[in-house]
Design a protein around this ligand. Sequence first.
Ligand code: FMN
Length: 181
Amino acid sequence: MLVVALNGSPRRSGNTELLLDRALEGARSAGAETMRIDVAFLDIGGCRECDRCREEGRCAVDDGMSAVFEALERADALIVGTPIFFSGPTGQLKTAIDRCQSIWVNPPARKGRKAAIIAVGADPHATFRNAVSEIRSFLNTVGFASKEELLVPNVFCKGDILSKEDEMERAYSIGRSLAVP
Ligand SMILES: Cc1cc2nc3c(=O)[nH]c(=O)nc-3n(C[C@H](O)[C@H](O)[C@H](O)COP(=O)(O)O)c2cc1C
C-alpha cells in the first residue's frame, strides 16, 4: 500500500506540508509506505496543448513531471494539499494538474482509488470551493475519488497550523483511513 501526498505549497515547512506530513504519519501507522512530492520544487512546465499525448500515449515534455506521473501510477491512495492562493490552488499545483491532460487523453486502468484533499487559507472566511472543484476534477481524471476533505481557514504564518491540534489530528486520521484497504 503506497500513499502519495502531492504538496502544492511553495513554502518549506509551511502549513500544508505540516498537515500532509501528519497525514502520512497516520498512513505509516497503518502499515503503508509513503511518499511526499513537493511540486513547487520540481521543474514543471505548463501543458503546451501540443496534442502529442494523443498520438504517443504519453506527455512529450520531459521534465520534473515524470516523477509525478510515476507516483500517480504507483499510488494506492493520494492526498492533494494546497494553500489557497487568490481563491484557488497554487499556480505550481495547477501547472502540474494541467500536465495530466495526457492522462485525461489516455485514462488509467485503475479508477476509484481513495483520495483526500487538504487545503489551508489565511482568511477566516477562506474560499475553498474553487480549489476543491479543480482538485476533484483532477482526482477523477487520474483515477482517484475524494473521500475526505480537510479545509482549514485562519492559518497565515508558517507553523500556524500547529496550534490547531484538532486539525492536525484529523490529518493523521485521514492518512490512516486512506491506508486501510
Ligand atoms: C500569493 C498568495 C495568495 C493568497 N491568497 C489567499 C486567498 O485568496 N485566500 C486565503 O484565505 N489565503 C490566501 N493566502 C494565504 C495562504 O493561503 C496562507 O498563508 C497559507 O497558510 C499558506 O500555506 P503554506 O504555509 O502551506 O504555504 C495567499 C497567500 C499568498 C502568498
